[in-house]
Structures are given as structure tokens and as C-alpha cells.
Write a protein that binds this ligand. Structure first.
Ligand SMILES: [Fe+2]
Ligand SMILES: [Fe+2]
Length: 371
């Protein structure tokens, strides 16, 4: 990488800041055969040029009329767009205190006057190489992180779709109920970070339906007891599939898949858990899932009105659902209906936003930045 860098060194920009024309001439003579050099005869101009061109390295004189070199480096370090530029101070010999202060303020090195051309060249090359390598590493980490996130989001979409592949639910059901889950979790006091994780995990609640025969999933009638008991295994199957990953997201998805049919009064399945023994994540998702199932059109039933669906959720408070979560859900009716309208409009247009967009459109405006 270093030899490659030497060949391409003219691609790097250096800003020389000095009020003495003689020093500028020397530095220009040394550096311009190898680098693109810009010159600033004052601190104020240096900051202007730095903002405009963002150089790869700055050679900074300390003693200057107006803004000193210390003032300039302080301004650079307080600007997030410029604070990574390496700064080398150029000091007169015997100014030990200045050198110490320069390092404290974030300089990477110093060069003493009178300037020695080979030394300047060597130091500049070292720091340009270091800064370049650091930038490359940061870019690589960013790229890898983005790739990982994309893979995770693809996994969520695929597992969610797998669960509903043979189901009569539309693809939008899983995203809409995830959006309701997010709203409810936020209103119930979850942090944005946790609520977003829940919204990513919720679409996988029925992943286990992949293990249920078509004849039961698509039966156009009420299931008999035997069929019903097979249908109920989807919670365990989903749990088994999703618990194969040990990341926080899939741990949560596995918990939700396992417990989204449990009921507050203990009459749910598969474990018959009661009240707060049911994980809060699953208690939230249960309300969101049922509300969406009631309010959407299915081939065999018409959608309930919003009012009827809210009334039903209320009537199941303390039976199917956690009473405090029901109260919270009813207190954010307006948000739930906004979310419903948003998703219904997308469904009508047959548009399916990617999960990334989904998370942003689902977060309340005031929290979008944190998301
Ligand atoms: Fe389910
Ligand atoms: Fe569902």
C-alpha cells in the first residue's frame, strides 16, 4: 500500500499555513513536486480553505498575527467535518512548551524551523500514509456494517415471508402489525432502540407456519380439534427455527414467535403462560396482531370497523390481553389509525417498502433521527 501511495501521492492535498513568505516558499519547493499544495498566509484564511477543500494534512505555523496556530487547531478540532485532518505544527527551535501544548490540542507531530527539506518530506509522507490507511479502514468498516445490516434485513423479510407463504394473509399484514407493535412499545415506555428491534422481530411471529400443512392453513372452514392442535404447533416450530440464531434480534423474534398466542388469563398456547410470565414483547405483539387481523379484509371475511376492533381489544382486557397494554393501546388510537392509513395506501398501490424505509416511516417523527 505504501509504494502505491507514493505513486499516487500527488492525489493528496496539503495546506501550508504560515505568515512568513520565506517559509512558504521553502515548503512549497519541498512539497509541490509530490503533493497538491494550497497556501494560507493567515489563520482565518486557513480555516476558510480547510472548510472548502478539506485537505489531507495541514502544516501549521504557531506564531501568526490574528489567529495563532493554536486557535486554528482548536477550531479545526471542534468541527466534525475537519477534526480528522492531521495537523503538523511548524515551530521555532527551543519552544518546548509550545510543542507540548500543540500535542495536547491534537497535533500529530511538529517540525522545527529552520526547515529541513528531507525531514519535512519524510514526516509528511508518514502522516499522510497513516491518515489514508485510517480512512480506508473506516470506509471498509462502514461498508461491512452496511452489508451485514442488509443481510440481516433480508433474513427478516425472508423468514417473515416464509411464514406467510401458504397463508391467506397479505404481505402487508406482517409489516402493519410490526408498525403497530412499534407504536405501542414506544407509548409503553420502551426505548427507541428496543422498540425498533421489536418492530424488526415482530414480522417473524408466524415463521413457524412454514411447518403447517396446506390443507390446514388454507382450510375454508373451522378447523376441528385435531387440526387446531396441529395449527397450534406453529408457535413452537417458529421458536425452534428462530432460536438457531443467538443475536438479540433473533432471540427476541424467537420469544415472540413462541409466546404470541399466550393469553393474559392463562388460556393461550403453547405453554398456557399467565400474566407477566408472558414476555412483554409477546403481549405487545398479540394486541397488534389481533387488531390487524380484525381490521383487514380476508377472502373469507370483511374487515371489522376500527371502532368494533378497538372495542373488541378493550373487551379482552384482562382475558386475552394485558390490561395496562390495552389501556395504552386505546390511548394511542390516533397514531394507530395513522399507521393503518399509511400501510393501507401502500397496499392499494401494491407497493412494498424495504424494511429500512419501514422502520423510518414507522418511527414517530420526533424520534426519527435517533432511529
Ligand atoms: Fe400465529
Ligand atoms: Fe399474524
Amino acid at each position: 500500500m505504501t509504494s502505491e501511495l507514493i505513486n499516487k501521492s500527488s492525489a493528496f492535498n496539503i495546506l501550508v499555513v504560515d505568515d512568513e513568505p520565506a517559509n512558504i516558499d521553502i515548503l512549497l519547493g519541498v512539497l509541490s513536486p509530490h503533493y497538491k499544495v494550497k497556501v494560507a498566509p493567515s489563520g482565518a484564511l486557513a480555516l476558510k480553505i480547510a472548510q472548502q477543500y478539506v485537505p489531507d494534512l495541514i502544516l501549521l505555523d504557531i506564531m501568526m498575527p490574528g489567529l495563532s496556530g493554536f486557535d486554528v487547531i482548536k477550531a479545526l478540532k471542534s468541527n466534525p467535518a475537519l477534526n480528522n485532518i492531521p495537523v503538523i505544527f511548524v515551530t521555532a527551535l527551543g519552544q518546548g512548551e509550545d510543542e507540548e501544548k500543540g500535542f495536547e490540542l491534537g497535533a500529530v507531530d511538529y517540525i522545527t524551523k529552520p526547515i529541513s527539506p528531507p525531514l519535512v518530506l519524510a514526516r509528511v509522507k508518514t502522516h499522510i500514509t497513516l491518515a489514508h490507511q485510517m480512512k480506508m479502514t473506516e470506509l471498509e468498516v462502514k461498508k461491512r456494517t452496511a452489508e451485514l445490516q442488509k443481510s440481516q434485513q433480508s433474513a427478516i423479510s425472508m423468514l417473515a415471508a416464509a411464514g406467510h407463504y401458504n397463508d391467506t394473509d397479505t404481505g402487508h399484514h406482517i409489516w402493519r402489525m410490526a408498525a403497530y407493535s412499534l407504536k405501542l412499545a414506544m407509548a409503553f415506555g420502551w426505548s427507541v432502540e428496543q422498540a425498533l428491534l421489536l418492530a424488526q422481530a415482530a414480522p417473524m411471529h408466524d415463521t413457524g407456519k412454514i411447518g403447517i400443512p396446506d390443507s390446514i392453513l388454507k382450510a375454508p372452514r373451522r378447523l376441528d380439534e385435531k387440526e387446531m392442535s396441529i395449527m397450534r404447533t406453529h408457535a413452537v416450530i417458529g421458536h425452534q427455527i428462530l432460536s438457531q440464531s443467538d443475536t438479540p434480534l433473533f432471540r427476541l423474534a424467537s420469544e415472540i414467535s413462541h409466546c404470541h398466542h399466550e393469553k393474559w388469563n392463562g388460556t393461550g398456547y403453547p405453554q398456557g403462560l399467565k400474566e407477566t410470565d408472558i414476555p412483554e414483547s409477546a403481549r405487545i405483539v398479540a394486541i397488534a396482531d389481533v387488531f390487524d387481523a380484525l381490521t383487514m379484509n380476508r377472502p373469507y371475511k370483511k374487515a371489522w370497523s376500527d371502532e368494533d376492533a378497538f372495542n373488541f381489544i378493550e373487551s379482552e382486557s384482562g382475558k386475552h390481553f394485558d390490561p395496562s397494554l390495552v389501556a395504552c393501546f386505546l390511548s394511542i388510537k390516533a397514531q394507530i389509525l395513522d399507521t393503518k392509513a399509511y400501510w393501507n395506501a401502500l397496499e392499494k398501490k401494491k407497493e412494498m417498502p424495504c424494511i429500512d424505509e419501514f422502520l423510518h416511516t414507522s418511527a414517530p417523527p420526533s424520534n426519527r433521527e435517533n432511529a
